[in-house]
Design a protein around this ligand. Structure first.
Ligand code: SAM
Length: 251
């Protein structure tokens, strides 16, 4: 089934085992980044939230209502196991919907015209669901246009690939701040391929790395955070995180 590609039992098993070990530094780095965001609404549409293995309970507590959308039928139950207590303490209401929220995005946006939206590590997996690379790239190209005038954020895979096990196993999550420009990635005064190499060198990349086609998801010039995620002992992801706030759009 579709949700097995990027979610399902295999994902939950891995996440359960690694959440407090290998994935912990990235989980904490994501929580730090989320703490710096300022969602405009107290109502959140959380897309691809799964069981919230990498999500921050503190951040969720900011909302009065959360609508969680995921293809995985286990997501609602497991999300409550991970975050239910914190949500109850904060009086946050959680509603789970098993739904293809990328396909039905426009419907959801019109049903909830004032809600903030967060794509929780889902957009980078689109290339696995849409098997044709060109089509996957096209569906992510200027994704922000589908969210015109909305308050929204996303964290997603930018690149992933093999790393030198011995070097990476001793490291914590790595962080960079930068942006995507008309000339590609911009990071520490470097542009395009040179900026990309900085990310790959930082995690001791080796072999062939995958581009998840998400460099074009956000509007150019939006300040972005890049967070490394050591997925397994010899495989790493670079996550790209950003928030498009309505206050910034009004300027
Ligand atoms: C990598 S997991 C996300 C993990 C999650 N953010 C966490 O912290 O545990 C990607 C999730 O997105 C879901 N997903 C993929 N495509 C989707 C879609 N079109 N609509 C809703 N959910 C989707 C998958 O079922 C999976 O649970």
């Amino acid at each position: 089934m579709a949700f097995d590609i990027t979610g399902g039992l295999r994902w939950h098993g891995r996440a359960f085992m690694r959440r407090k070990t290998l994935w912990q530094p990235t989980r904490l780095a994501i929580a730090d980044w989320l703490a710096q965001t300022s969602p405009a609404s107290k109502h959140l549409l959380l897309i691809g939230g799964s069981a919230g293995w990498m999500m921050s309970s503190d951040w969720l507590q900011r909302f009065q209502r959360i609508d969680l959308y995921d293809l995985d039928p286990l997501a609602g139950l497991l999300f409550r196991l991970n975050h239910g207590r914190a949500l109850r303490l904060a009086g946050t209401k959680l509603y789970f919907h098993r739904r293809d929220a990328i396909q039905d995005l426009e419907i959801l946006l019109s049903q909830h015209p004032s809600a903030s939206i967060f794509f929780d590590n889902v957009l980078g997996q689109l290339r696995f669901r849409i098997e044709d690379d060109e089509q996957a790239e096209q569906s992510l190209e200027k994704f922000y246009r589908r969210l015109h005038k909305r308050d929204w954020g996303s964290i997603h895979d930018l690149y992933s690939g093999p790393v030198n096990q011995e070097v990476m196993s001793a490291q914590q999550s790595m962080l960079f701040q930068g942006l995507q420009t008309g000339q590609g990635l911009s990071l520490e005064g470097l542009q395009g391929a040179a900026a990309q190499s900085t990310l790959l060198r930082a995690v001791s990349a080796s072999g062939n790395w995958m581009d998840h086609f998400t460099s074009v998801v956000f509007p150019t010039e939006l300040p972005l955070h890049f967070i490394s995620w050591q997925f397994s002992s010899n495989y790493c992801h670079w996550l790209q995180a950003g928030w498009v706030s309505t206050s910034a759009l009004k300027k």
